[in-house]
Design a protein around this ligand. Structure first.
Ligand code: C2E
Ligand code: CA
Ligand code: CA
Length: 568
């Protein structure tokens, strides 16, 4: 069977050119001559045509019109147009190219050039077609993808898409803290039953529209995960949960549905980014479950205690500087009694914070925060000075004084001027060093034993009594006791707490007291609350006692009164 070659259409050329081209392409194409656009299009409709070649010098039609019309015709989109020009007709060539021809050659056609150019034109066309096909394919895929990823009712992400996108978002922004908000509409099923399903859909759509407005897609995501459940993933600092819920209420309210529709939310602040997103959502949903059935509480945080602690800590850090300037800190004095004489022999100065909004905050809250951010150094110095001022006041009033102990938190040992500061303080208030006792805890020893030893030696040279605080509460108590010269051992409250129930605890406490006596140290037992505890301890030896049994820490004026009463 004879092979059917694809065609090159030739328009407006003469016999010679036609013969030349037939000759040049006899192995590849048949040459078909046409006299008009209509004829050209007719032929293209039924045959395989590769290129349309138009002679600019055509006699029986306007070659430029011809090119222009074909180039604009949809059916010729896939077929390139070439022009044949007279030698030197640059202007004609350029106009033909402008109108849509892709290439040209001069007459008479040279075999090498024409074959080459036709080949190039076809290659370029092929390329373009591929590109176009690819764009179409991509577009189609994108549409399909969209269909899979997006909930058709609301236009929000479906669950799985949300999980994936949220994970990507969080990993791309490791320094941003995200909040996962799980939202649920109260009694949605009732609404679907009571009203037409369309009403339910209106609520869902309005909700989705609100999220699209409220959440910047650059930084956050939202999803309808099922029925009437929505999940958001947004940076924590953009979340205002009260506002979110009240705006949702308004969004639904304007739909005028005669049923009270409320949103409830559970929030998980993403503290653990390694957690799979579905588990994060579970946590948020767990928080939501906590408030199911409470009609007033509209949202809950996962692990609220942790969050409250965080907020409290933020408040503490925010307010500390001002509080110090504003005299919100004061000292309380807790008297310390001797077990045998039952008289006040000493006291411990303990800091108190009277916050204008939060009231009195316990040092148990803020001291650990200040130990982390370094503010404790300034606060301790404030307490020491307040204590010296108190002592000076007593002396000026002609009262006798007992030594008062102050806490020296571990961070102080990093201040190069610690010893000088204390020395200047007693000079400034003209008090004697034995009046100010310094309590040091084991954590200072763990940090840097050598440095601590040297500073404690300097304290003792000056004449400050040094106490080891909370003895027995940590791992290094015995080492610290062995290596450093303390004047007094303060036995941790935990020992005292157990002596009523446990014979063993009594033996241990007795041994600690004996050990201290053996080493020539005084003993203070902290946390004595009951008569029984006191009796046991009194029987164990001549020790000092600090505890609620005798007195809680007191405002300075109350302490003065108590002290005066004793001495009168
Ligand atoms: P701490 O130095 O061991 O102080 C003793 C704590 O035990 C005080 O709590 C005191 O009120 C409490 N306490 C005394 N007797 C009893 C008792 O019989 N039963 C019970 N349950 N507790 C008793 P506070 O004043 O709340 O201080 C807690 C901790 O805060 C202190 O423990 C100390 O570590 C720190 N702190 C307090 N004031 C200062 C300060 O000015 N500077 C530094 N660095 N830390 C301070
Ligand atoms: Ca203490
Ligand atoms: Ca203590």
């Amino acid at each position: 069977m004879e092979k059917v070659l694809p065609a090159l259409i030739l328009a407006g050329a003469d016999e010679n050119i036609r013969a030349d081209l037939e000759n040049i392409f006899s192995d590849k194409y048949t040459i078909v001559e046409v006299c008009s656009e209509a004829e050209c299009l007719d032929f293209i409709a039924g045959n395989s045509v590769k290129v349309v070649i138009v002679a600019l010098f055509a006699q029986n039609f306007d070659a430029f019109e011809f090119i222009k019309n074909l180039a604009q015709n949809d059916r010729l989109k896939e077929i390139p147009i070439m022009a044949i020009i007279d030698h030197g007709d640059d202007e004609g060539a350029s106009r033909a190219l402008d109108l849509g021809a892709m290439e040209f050659f001069t007459r008479p056609p040279s075999r090498a050039i024409v074959r080459h150019r036709v080949h190039n034109v076809l290659a370029r066309y092929e390329n373009r077609r591929h590109r176009m096909e690819k764009t179409i394919k991509d577009k189609y895929l994108a549409e399909l993808q969209n269909y899979i990823e997006i909930d058709s009712l609301t236009g929000l992400y479906r669950r799985d898409t949300f999980y994936k996108k949220a994970a990507d978002l969080m990993h791309a922004n490791p320094y941003v803290t995200y909040a996962i908000v799980y939202l649920d509409i109260s009694c949605f099923k009732v609404i679907n039953d009571l009203f037409h399903i369309e009403t339910g859909n209106r609520i869902l759509k309005a909700t989705a529209e609100y999220f699209k407005r409220a959440i910047n897609p650059q930084i956050g995501l939202c999803s309808r995960v099922e029925a009437d459940h929505f999940i958001l993933c947004i940076p924590q600092d953009t979340l205002n949960i009260d506002r979110l819920i009240s705006e949702l209420d308004i969004t639904i309210h304007v739909l005028n549905i005669s049923h009270n529709i409320l949103f409830y939310a559970g929030v998980y602040i993403v503290t653990d980014i390694s957690l799979p997103v579905d588990q994060m959502c579970d946590r948020a949903s767990m928080a939501l479950r906590k408030i199911k059935g409470h009609y007033v509480t509209r949202y809950a945080y996962y692990d609220a205690s942790l969050r409250e602690r965080m907020l409290k800590e933020q408040m503490i850090v925010r307010d500390m500087d001002f509080a110090l300037k504003d005299n919100q800190f004061t000292i309380f004095l807790q008297p310390i009694y001797n077990s045998q004489t039952r008289k006040i022999v000493s006291a411990e100065a303990l800091v108190r914070w009277f916050h204008p909004e939060s009231g009195m905050i316990s040092p148990g809250y803020f001291v650990p925060v200040f130990e982390r951010n370094g503010f404790i150094v300034r606060l301790d110095r404030f307490v020491w000075e307040a204590t010296c001022r108190f002592l000076r006041g007593q002396l000026d009033a002609g009262k006798s004084v007992v030594p008062v102990s102050v806490n020296v938190s571990r961070l102080n040992f990093y201040s190069f001027d610690l010893v000088i500061f204390l020395l200047n303080l007693i000079k400034k208030y003209n008090i004697e060093p034995w009046m100010l006792k310094l309590e040091v805890t084991e954590s200072a020893y763990t940090d840097n034993p050598q440095q601590l030893a040297s500073i404690i030696r300097q304290f003792k040279e000056i004449g400050f009594p040094v106490l080891m605080d909370d003895f027995g509460s940590g791992y290094s108590s015995l080492n610290m006791l062995k290596n450093l010269q303390f004047d007094v051992l303060k036995v941790d409250m935990a020992f005292v707490r157990e002596i009523e129930q446990s014979e063993r605890a009594r033996k241990i406490l007795r041994t600690i007291i004996e050990l201290a006596e053996e080493l020539g140290m005084g003993v203070v037992t902290e946390g004595v609350e009951t008569q029984t505890q006191l009796d046991y301890i009194t029987e164990m030896g001549d020790v000092d006692i600090q505890g609620y049994y005798f007195s809680k820490p007191l405002p300075v004026e109350d302490f003065k009164k108590l002290f005066d009463n004793q001495n009168s």
